[in-house]
Design a protein around this ligand. Structure first.
Ligand SMILES: *Cc1c(COP(=O)(O)O)cnc(C)c1O
Length: 486
């Protein structure tokens, strides 16, 4: 039960109360039973809440205030960074010339919108060091899958049908092995060494003439830069495989290093992470894919081209893997990413990377005395602590994450990557002030102290939130999908 007894909208219902006023119907009422197949027509009216306008506004405003987002507080989630959502993005996305166009309009009437897409592709080509970019994929994982399908088409076009394996380091984001499986490959795990970087000997053991690709994140999910990336690229290329770069969190290297220059053949970016698209609640996302020359013929179609100053979609691409997303993809997210890239400029994007890395290293060093730091080396945009020391005192990392809620923070990603015991992955992002970083570190340090002096307070956290600790497994497995009247 909710502590503050916030009623459900159905409990606020009073029969006959309405929250809208519409003019009287001045056309004949349609009899739907003649228009729809019988099985689809309701026999009884739906049971909907009956509330006044103020009731409904106050109800949802109160609920929205319980949400945690970057507009309400610090959000240091590692890996799946919830970043900056600049307000200028929102005004540009609402320009009537963009907001009111229809995806089925004639190309000649949406040249401005197509120009934005084309320019955005060009910017992403430059940022990634690739030869061409498709904007179609709807999310990071969708981009991974799209690129793997292209890599597969490439091998098959060469008559090379035995490349059934995709190599993925054990520190990879969970979507990597999942995408490889969905694309029809077998996933082979490559081990990381003591230093948290890919073990080259293990890589060599697995690479062969059945290798389709190596999927890699650099910096990896431990926030560490794979220093031997050029050597890895050589090993994989020498065996005829392709290199795939998971660029979901490009704020670690943007404007400093480019996947294309590191030897990668394909990369996906998450416009809804690095490029400031809001992605709370799972979307909408956008996962453009950049590729090198070899893979261009296999790009999803249609491909946006510019012919004599006119933007048009090219469909005649016999080797294309086909369309992967209806219409133009998630256009609203393109507008936000484009606005961000144009307003930052190359120097601005470089500063993003520098601050992301500086902030992460600053926090890592402030927290180092209080927690275990399994990989004690310069990090990039994020770092991973271990709660091993606290676990010995009977407090789990999960408990500390819950305790952070009492301090008003969204907890970091925990128990990931899997090779860190009691892991806590923290990514401050580049946009937070030193005061915010310090306040968060102070909270974690205070929690570490509580673990030693008064562990119950951490074990039973959170204490100040609307509801106490949930049974997360139960919440995920048995969601309450429908309110039933008592
Ligand atoms: C978020 C993320 C993904 C997946 O992106 P989605 O848009 O959630 O599908 C892949 N790799 C890394 C490293 C990520 O952080």
């Amino acid at each position: 039960m909710h502590k503050d007894n916030q009623a459900l909208i159905f409990e606020l219902t009073r029969e006959g109360r309405i929250g809208y006023s519409l003019p009287e119907l001045d056309v004949p009422e349609l009899d739907l039973s003649n228009l729809l197949p019988k099985g689809f027509v309701r026999e009884e009216a739906a049971e909907l809440p009956e509330v006044s306008e103020l009731d409904i506004m106050r109800h949802y405003t109160a609920l929205s205030n319980r949400n945690h987002g970057i507009d309400s507080g610090f959000y240091p989630l590692g890996s799946c960074t919830m970043k900056y959502n600049p307000k200028i993005n929102e005004s540009v996305a609402r320009y009537p010339g963009f907001a009111n166009i229809h995806p089925l309009q004639e190309e000649s009437t949406v040249q401005g919108a197509l120009e934005v897409l084309y320019d955005l592709q060009e910017h992403l080509v430059e940022i990634t060091g690739m030869d061409e970019v498709t904007l179609q994929p709807a999310a990071g994982a969708h981009g991974e899958w799209t690129a793997l399908m292209m890599i597969r088409a490439f091998h098959e076009a060469n008559g090379d049908f035995k490349r059934t394996k995709v190599l993925v380091p054990d520190s990879a984001h969970g979507t990597n092995p999942a995408s490889a499986t969905v694309a029809g490959f077998d996933t082979i795990t490559v081990k990381s060494g003591e230093d948290g970087l890919v073990d080259l000997e293990d890589l060599k053991r697995h690479v062969g003439d059945d290798t389709a690709a190596l999927m890699l994140t650099n910096p990896n999910t431990l926030g560490l830069f794979e220093e031997e990336i050029l050597e890895m690229a050589e090993i994989v290329h020498a065996a005829g495989g392709k290199l795939y770069y998971d660029g979901a969190n490009l704020n670690a290297v943007m404007s400093k290093a480019r996947p294309g220059d590191m030897g990668f053949d394909a990369v996906h970016l998450n416009l809804h992470k690095t490029f400031t698209g809001p992605h709370g609640g799972g979307g909408p996302g956008s996962g453009p894919v950049g590729v090198k020359k070899d893979l261009i013929p296999f790009l999803p179609k249609p491909v946006l081209v510019k012919k004599d100053e006119v933007y048009t979609f090219e469909y005649n691409l016999p080797q294309s893997i086909g369309r992967v997303k209806p219409f133009y993809g998630n256009f609203g997210i393109y507008l936000r990413a484009y606005t961000y890239i144009r307003s930052m400029g190359p120097d601005g994007l470089k500063a993003v990377t520098e601050y992301a890395v500086l902030n992460a290293n600053y926090m890592m060093r402030r927290l180092e005395p209080h927690f275990d730091l399994p990989y004690n080396r310069h990090c990039k945009h994020e770092f991973v602590l271990s709660g091993r020391r606290q676990k010995k005192l009977g407090v789990r990392t999960l408990d500390m994450a819950k305790r952070l809620l009492d301090f008003g923070y969204h907890p970091p990603t925990i128990y990931f990557p899997l090779n860190v015991e009691e892991g806590m992955m923290i990514e401050p992002t580049e946009t937070e002030s030193k005061e915010t970083l310090d306040a968060f570190c102070d909270a974690l340090i205070q929690i570490a102290k509580e673990v030693e002096e008064n562990p119950e307070i951490v074990q039973n956290a959170p204490h100040t939130t609307v509801i106490n600790r949930l049974d997360e497994t139960k919440a995920a497995r048995f969601p309450v999908l429908r309110y039933t009247k008592a």
